[in-house]
Design a protein around this ligand. Structure first.
Ligand code: MRU
Length: 362
């Protein structure tokens, strides 16, 4: 078996056909335990997205798409007529789309599955939903899932071609767990490794929820790729040693100018990489681009509970009187990004024109 034959972990699956349900690998329990969460109703889907049981921009998009199928299944089990069924579906879809605000993939996927069944219907059209509403939605959600698998493979291929010599530094988790395939940033790493390239991956632990230490390191260990976990604050010192050939990260939303929202700490890492002349790459599918905005300051940034900072794993590490600042994402301006690796090719240099050329016709 070659390195590339190591199966990627799956984090989202639909069990059964129409009338089936969604299952999510609970990423809050990794790497210690493999626990699947059954989602048979909308509140469970929303809770799983909000609490990061499922996480990573493409994966929450895929889960959101299936979440709409769960909503339609609920409506059919309750025996709702067409009008109330559509009202239930649209209200649930909006709640799912709003469960986390920064990753554009979530709202994008929810809208895309609804569009497949002609929803929301143009005002006054009065057309009923298709008789096979659940099956049609499931087809659309499955298509997003399967498409994401292919996008990851293409991103891995493009990225592996340009990966410079030297070790690789990454932040958060942009691997299989965060997508429907091999990941984005991690697909670049695993594809290059399968091509015979040899290097060490340095994984920022990624405070406060440790996606780098818990998830990225776990995925790489499973694939037999050497990985070293470091505190986020050690990245500057590591870059100064000169052993890092490039930084590569995923993305949650990329504007028409290439400004990129990703896990908190990404912006600081990009500044450090620039200070040390180390190329900084972003890897993301076209579904992560939001061409309706240009300036990164317009990207909504999720702020999360103080306890994630002050009481990791429920253990207080700060005095109760202290407040906490807990933005889940930050924005890296395009000028700090050497290239954006997409399934359609590499955007380099990162300019508005180049984004339009590669992604514009989306
Ligand atoms: O809060 P999370 O864990 O959902 O944040 C995830 C990230 O920031 C990832 O880097 C991003 O979604 C890309 S995943 C391919």
């Amino acid at each position: 078996m070659s390195d590339h034959d190591v199966a990627s972990p799956v984090s989202v699956r639909w069990v059964g056909g129409s009338g089936g349900h969604l299952e999510l690998l609970d990423q809050t329990r990794l790497p210690g335990e493999i626990v699947w969460v059954e989602c048979r109703n909308v509140p469970t889907v929303i809770e799983a997205i909000r609490s990061l049981r499922v996480r990573g921009a493409p994966a929450i998009g895929i889960a959101g798409g299936y979440g709409v199928v769960v909503a339609a299944t609920e409506a059919s089990q309750q025996g709702l007529d067409d009008g109330p069924a559509v009202a239930h579906l649209l209200a649930a879809a909006e709640e799912i789309a709003a469960a986390r605000p920064t990753a554009v993939n979530l709202r994008w996927a929810v809208k895309r599955v609804l569009r497949e069944v002609g929803l929301p219907a143009p005002a006054g059209s009065g057309s009923p939903p298709p008789a096979d509403l659940v099956a049609s939605l499931l087809r659309a959600a499955t298509e997003i899932h399967e498409e994401d698998r292919r996008l990851c493979t293409a991103i891995g291929r493009y990225g592996a071609e340009l990966l410079p010599e030297g070790d690789v530094l990454t932040h958060c988790n942009a691997g299989a767990l965060a997508t429907g395939g091999d990941g984005t940033a991690l697909a670049v790493i695993t594809t290059a490794w399968a091509d015979g390239r040899r290097f060490r991956v340095w994984a920022d632990e990624t405070r406060p929820l440790f996606q780098g230490a818990r998830l990225t390191a776990w995925e790489l260990v499973q694939r037999g790729i050497p990985v070293t976990v470091l505190c986020d604050s050690a990245a500057g010192h590591l870059l100064a040693t000169g052993r890092i050939g490039c930084c590569i990260v995923g993305a949650d939303r990329i504007t028409a100018a290439g400004d990129t929202a990703n896990k908190i700490g990404t912006y600081g890492l990009a500044v450090l990489a620039a200070a040390h002349g180390v190329p900084f790459y972003v890897a993301a599918p076209s579904s992560t681009f939001d061409l309706s905005i240009v300036d990164g300051t317009e990207i909504p940034i999720e702020h999360r509970a103080a306890a994630e900072v002050t009481s990791p794993w429920g253990r207080a590490i700060a005095p109760p009187e202290a407040e906490a600042f807990n933005p889940a994402f930050d924005v890296t301006p395009a000028r700090l990004i050497r290239g954006i690796i997409t399934e359609r090719g590499v955007i380099e240099p990162v300019t508005r024109d180049a984004v339009a050329r590669v992604i514009g016709g989306a």
